[in-house]
Design a protein around this ligand. Structure first.
Ligand SMILES: Cc1cc2nc3c(=O)[nH]c(=O)nc-3n(C[C@H](O)[C@H](O)[C@H](O)COP(=O)(O)OP(=O)(O)OC[C@H]3O[C@@H](n4cnc5c(N)ncnc54)[C@H](O)[C@@H]3O)c2cc1C
Ligand code: SF4
Length: 335
């Protein structure tokens, strides 16, 4: 049985108190929201914070009037009819995270700040010790890219690519003040230093512009429970005649950060979402996907299907009914 290391527990009741406690505890403290990622990681000794600062009692993180509080659980997002209606891609992404139990505990903020993943890292302490650890934790070599000085662990959050495509911004609050950044700017393409968030900052809320039609498609081994090995998000603003006014296409689980593929969106601008335009956008996006061999399913196949997944996302945005395709993908991934 894997046991948790010892830690101190702080339970602030307000955002100001949480920011003060986090600043006071210093870099050896970590925030905990639902704990669905951090607790297993602590059991595997990926992180051993001296103090955990719990966000569960911070009411300000629960709001959902105009902006989404980082403390909302994924289940709360999934059961919110307005999110399903207005931010379909986010709703689809949240609904496909893990399982019902994990979504009942896991929060939006925790999902956006999720640790990066790798087959050589998401193992227990003894397993990692047997290979002399790796660059990301306790070692000095990357087993995926042995010549690399950079960890290439994979960003595996489902909601981040969906929100990046939607043009979301996040607010970061510390005892020193607050700042708002585009969600895209929250991430570094570095498996270790994967967030630009400072150690004393709390991600408090997410704001999303209105008026976009969006879709999220996820590749994973099983139809439930599994992290994405590819996430494709599309968001489009359409003129009444169906011409694309603006488009954003984002990839998840294809690098150490979720990212926009600018040239895919730019290509679609001013065009109708015809099969030909969708296929060309798919190729442009696929050319930017460079997955590494450190997660589930065959590396080359994962790269091959990127353009198909872009196609699904854009056809759904166009209005095609793709429920059958979603079911088929869930079944195919299993076989
Ligand atoms: C079996 C299993 C399957 C899973 N499948 C998926 C999946 O398919 N897709 C997916 O995206 N995730 C998956 N997860 C990961 C996890 O359950 C979710 O990402 C969840 O949303 C994490 O939220 P949390 O509140 O539990 O985060 P926590 O575990 O509480 O925190 C995660 C990280 O975020 C930081 N953090 C939390 N809140 C904040 C905040 N407000 N400000 C700044 N930092 C913060 C923490 O310090 C920690 O580093 C899975 C987990 C398990 C165990
Ligand atoms: S990518 Fe390399 S350094 Fe990073 S977790 Fe995997 S093996 Fe370790």
């Amino acid at each position: 049985m894997m046991r948790l290391p010892w830690f101190e527990w702080r339970a602030p009741a307000s955002l100001a108190e949480a920011a003060r406690v986090l600043a006071g505890e210093g870099p050896q403290a970590m925030l905990i929201a639902g704990g669905t990622d951090l607790i297993p990681n602590m059991k595997r000794r990926h992180q051993s914070p001296k103090t955990l600062v719990s966000l569960r009692g911070v009411r300000e993180l629960k709001k959902s009037n105009g902006t989404l509080g980082a403390g909302l659980t994924l289940s709360e997002l999934v059961h919110d009819g307005a999110i399903r209606e207005n931010y379909r891609g986010l709703w689809q992404a949240a609904a496909q995270v893990a399982t019902v139990h994990l979504r009942n505990m896991g929060t939006l903020g925790g999902n956006l700040c999720l640790d990066t993943r790798c087959n050589y890292y998401n193992q227990n302490y003894e397993w990692r010790k047997a290979i002399d650890f790796c660059l990301k934790k306790d070692g000095d070599i990357c087993w995926v890219a042995t010549a690399s000085k950079r960890c290439v662990a994979v960003s595996s959050t489902d909601t981040a690519p969906a929100l990046i495509a939607l043009g979301a911004k996040v607010k970061l609050v510390s005892a020193r003040g607050e700042r708002e950044v585009p969600l895209d700017a929250l991430y570094n393409n570095d498996g270790i230093d994967y967030l630009t968030r400072r150690a004393d900052e709390i991600l408090t809320e997410v704001s999303i512009p209105a008026g976009w039609t969006s879709s999220y498609w996820k590749l994973r081994r099983r139809g439930a429970f599994d992290f994405p090995v590819l996430g494709v998000a599309a968001a489009v603003r359409l003129a009444p005649d169906g011409t694309v006014q603006e488009a954003r296409l984002a990839l998840g689980a294809a690098a150490s950060r979720p990212f926009l593929v600018q040239k895919g969106g730019d290509f679609l601008k001013g065009k109708k979402l015809t099969d030909e335009a969708i296929a060309e956008a798919g190729s442009l996006v696929a050319s930017r996907a460079k997955p590494m061999d450190n997660t589930d399913l065959d590396l080359y196949w994962r790269k091959d299907v990127v353009s198909n997944f872009v196609g699904y996302a854009l056809r759904e945005v166009r209005g095609d009914d793709l429920r059958e395709a979603r079911l088929r993908i869930a079944r195919q991934a299993l076989s």
